[in-house]
Structures are given as structure tokens and as C-alpha cells.
Design a protein around this ligand. Structure first.
Ligand SMILES: Nc1ncnc2c1ncn2[C@@H]1O[C@H](COP(=O)(O)OP(=O)(O)O)[C@@H](O)[C@H]1O
Ligand SMILES: CC(=O)OP(=O)(O)O
Ligand SMILES: [Mg+2]
Length: 420
């Protein structure tokens, strides 16, 4: 009997939910997608709904009352269960598995059933992913409330980076304190990077364990990953998703001393700290009130890219510069043996002008775009946008974290049987 999987991806500005059914032959490892709902723009209200079920589509429906990831989840679940074209979901008890993208999984090397212990562990990690873990847990609680029969499984963004060598994930600080407090580089967007490895390996017809890729996941949060033989060798995010590239509301890496000159109360608790999540004013400022929002007043990078206001041009140039700070070093870490430079995430997939500027900046390495291919809206999972004579390939991958998690359910099902 096919079973229904609800795969939930709570990002910092969006919630994306896909519904799948497991294959009826029980053998193939490919779930069938029945519907996909996305609410985006949580940081640039009003939030907007996109919905696709077969040929039925809703595009950019404005939702005034949806302010948080939990609101978005409840709205989407209501929409799915009321959709008469989706009879598989009319009875909520039909949902057997719910997959949750959890950004910070600490030392967890792979997915986990969410029981009391895992729930509390994810909660303890909330301080280290202030825009992510708590919203993901608010959805886990809502699922426990509305869908008590479903098995909740956490998929961790950090797990893909479990292969980082010690000299890359160790910070040069007192090692006794670092070990005691587990202060190291974790890295995130790993579910997306895992999807990218699968997709590019299929596209290039090359085994994933021989694949070398420089991957850029550019969304509300943005990161770069150096993938060697299909595994993470280095990545730009760190102990938290604040390190590395700037984002919609995040500064990215800055001089650590800066904050003490920015405000005298940097170390004091922020007003949005709660019993469950403790963050300082510095963390609040750098995670929630910086990035594109602080420079331009909007978090919509599409608007920023198409504007010629000086502050938008500055934000665009900063992003191009910071991205280029990773591409060439990762190229050398891979010894120039690079199968593809990959763009993914909301900005990577839709931002033709940004791709053009980034690739132009690394032209001397042998990257060049076909301008016409770059300008088109991508339709396929993988699109080659490189110029005919380019020495190295540039690809756009429409990443699908929900599908990556749902595939994981098919692989992991037996590990979870009998557990609740
Ligand atoms: N046409 C576009 N060009 C560039 N960026 C875009 C475009 N459309 C949307 N975006 C940006 O994509 C980002 C959302 O990316 P996404 O990966 O979905 O975010 P999240 O981090 O919430 O998962 C937003 O910052 C949005 O501004
Ligand atoms: C890890 C991270 O920053 O995720 P997102 O881009 O979805 O906010
Ligand atoms: Mg995302």
C-alpha cells in the first residue's frame, strides 16, 4: 500500500511543503510527488502562496495574516486537506511520515525520529540557529497536535558536513573550551547540497563518489560548499548559519570585534530571547537586522538586482564580492579538478544578473556563460548555462530539499519501524 509522506522545509523566509506517496511496488526508491505548496516572503510581507498539483496552479496569492513558519505550516496543511483534487490527503490519518528540515543537528550524523530526547536536543541547539531550529520545532509541535499518527523524522542541514576534516572544522581557540562547548564549524544547507550531488551526478553521468563541485546555495541564507568526491570538504557557514556570506537579514562574516564598537550592550540578552532560546543583542542585530534588509530596506533580492538605487547596487556588489571570496579558494582546494560550478537556492536559481556577475569575476579560471541560456528561466532540475567554449561547466540546479528528505524516508524506513 502506498503511504503518504509530508516533507516540510522551514527556511528563514519561507515554508515549502511537498506531498509524496511511496512507490506501490515497495522496491523503487523514488517517491511520487502529488502536490507542492510554498509560502515565501515571510521577511518581506505580505507572504505569498504558490501551489501546484498536476496542472492546477496558484501563483503569488497574497496572505496578510501569515507571519511565521508555524502560521505558514497550518495554512498549507489546511489547504492540502481541503483540496478535493488531492483525495489522498482528505483524511489526515493517511499521512504516515512527516519529514522536518532541521538546520542545526549538532553532532547527529544522520536523520532521527523525533522523540522526547531528540526534540529536547534540537531545542538545546536553538541558540546556535536562531532563525531556524525554534520555528522548525513549532511545526513539529503543530504536527504532534494535528497529526498524532504521523512519524516525525528530523533531517539535519548540518549532517552532510560531517566529513569536514579537523583542520577545517576546528577554530583556533582554546581547545579545552572548544571541546567542552562543542564550538566548531558545523555548516548548513546540507540537505540541498546532498540533492545537488545526486542531481549533478545523474546529469553528468558520473558516480557521485567521483564528483567535485563548487556549490553555491543562495537563498535568504546563503552559503558555499566545496564538494570533493561527493562529500563536503569545506563550507562557508560555521558554528551557526551566520558565518560566511551575507543574507536577507544576516551580516555574514565580519570582524568579531565590530560588535563591541557597534553597541555597548552587545553581550546583553536580546528582548526576543525566551525561556527556550537565549540570544544576545549582538546575535539579534547580526541575524535579524543586518544583510540586505539593513542596506536596502528590503529582503527581496529580485528587487535589489533590478534596481539602480545606489544602496541596491552596493548590496548587489557586496554579494558578488563575498561569493567570489569562496569560488577561487575552493577551486584550488579541488586542485582545479572541478566538474561544475553550481548555482542553487531562490537567488541562485532566479538571479540571472547575479550569476552573470559572479561568473564574470572568475572568468580567468575558465568559466564563461552562454548569455541567452543564462537569461532564460530554468525549467529542468539541472540546466547547463555554460558557453560553448568554456573550460569549466556552470550549472543551475533547482534544488529540492523536500524531495531529498522524502527519498531519505524510503532508504531509512526500516531503521524507524517500531519507533515512535
Ligand atoms: N527573480 C529573482 N532574482 C533574484 N532573487 C530572487 C528572485 N526571486 C526571488 N528571489 C530571492 O530568493 C530568496 C528566497 O530564496 P529561498 O531559497 O526560497 O529562501 P529560503 O532561504 O527561505 O529557503 C529571497 O531573498 C528572494 O528575494
Ligand atoms: C541554513 C539557512 O540559512 O537556511 P535558509 O537559507 O533556508 O534560511
Ligand atoms: Mg532555503
Amino acid at each position: 500500500m502506498p503511504e503518504i509522506i509530508l516533507s516540510i522545509n522551514a527556511g528563514s523566509s519561507s515554508v515549502k511543503i511537498s506531498v509524496y506517496k511511496t512507490p506501490s511496488d515497495g522496491k523503487s526508491q523514488v517517491p511520487t510527488q502529488l502536490a507542492e505548496a510554498v509560502i515565501e516572503g515571510l521577511t518581506a510581507p505580505p507572504a505569498k502562496l504558490k501551489y501546484e498539483r498536476g496542472d492546477d496552479k496558484i501563483k503569488d496569492k497574497e496572505l496578510d495574516d501569515i507571519k511565521s513558519q508555524e502560521d505558514a505550516f497550518r495554512y498549507i496543511l489546511g489547504h492540502l486537506t481541503k483540496d478535493s483534487g488531492l483525495p489522498e490527503l482528505n483524511d489526515k490519518e493517511d499521512i504516515k511520515f512527516t519529514c522536518h528540515r532541521v538546520v542545526h543537528g549538532g553532532d547527529y550524523p544522520r536523520s532521527q525520529i523525533i522523540d522526547k530526547q531528540t526534540y529536547h536536543h534540537i531545542e538545546e541547539l536553538s541558540d546556535l540557529a536562531p532563525l531556524h531550529n525554534a520555528p522548525a520545532l513549532s511545526i513539529v509541535r503543530a504536527v504532534a497536535d494535528i497529526l498524532p499518527h504521523a512519524k516525525n523524522i528530523a533531517y539535519f542541514d548540518s549532517a552532510f558536513h560531517n566529513t569536514l576534516p579537523d583542520y577545517i572544522c576546528t577554530y583556533p581557540i582554546d581547545q579545552a573550551i572548544a571541546k567542552k562547548n562543542k564550538l566548531r564549524k558545523y555548516g548548513f544547507h546540507g540537505i540541498s547540497y546532498s540533492f545537488i550531488v545526486h542531481a549533478v551526478s545523474t546529469f553528468l553521468n558520473k558516480p557521485s563518489n567521483q564528483l567535485n563541485v563548487i556549490a553555491l546555495h543562495l537563498g535568504s541564507g546563503a552559503s558555499a560548499c566545496c564538494i570533493k568526491n561527493g562529500k563536503s570538504l569545506d563550507t562557508s557557514m560555521g558554528l551557526t548559519p551566520l558565518a560566511g556570506l551575507p543574507g536577507a537579514t544576516r551580516s555574514g562574516s565580519i570582524d568579531p570585534s565590530l560588535m563591541f564598537h557597534f553597541t555597548h550592550s552587545a553581550g546583553k540578552p536580546s528582548r526576543s530571547s525566551s525561556e527556550k532560546m537565549h540570544i544576545t543583542q549582538a546575535e539579534e542585530i547580526l541575524n535579524k537586522n543586518s544583510g540586505w534588509k539593513s542596506l536596502t530596506g528590503t529582503t527581496d533580492f529580485g528587487k535589489i538586482s533590478s534596481s539602480d538605487r545606489p544602496e541596491d547596487v552596493l548590496a548587489f556588489n557586496i554579494f558578488v564580492d563575498r561569493i567570489s571570496n569562496y569560488v577561487a579558494p575552493y577551486f584550488t582546494k579541488l586542485d582545479g579538478k572541478v566538474d561544475a560550478l553550481v548555482f542553487a537556492g531562490g537567488i541562485g536559481e532566479r538571479g540571472a544578473k547575479l550569476r552573470q556577475a559572479v561568473v564574470h569575476g572568475v572568468k580567468c579560471l575558465g568559466y564563461e556563460l552562454d548569455d541567452a541560456k543564462n537569461a532564460q528561466q530554468v525549467q529542468n532540475v539541472v540546466t547547463d548555462i555554460s558557453a560553448g567554449g568554456a573550460r569549466y561547466k556552470t550549472l543551475v540546479v533547482q534544488t529540492d530539499e523536500q524531495l531529498e528528505m522524502a527519498r531519505g524516508v524510503l532508504v531509512d524506513k526500516d531503521r524507524f519501524v517500531g519507533k515512535k
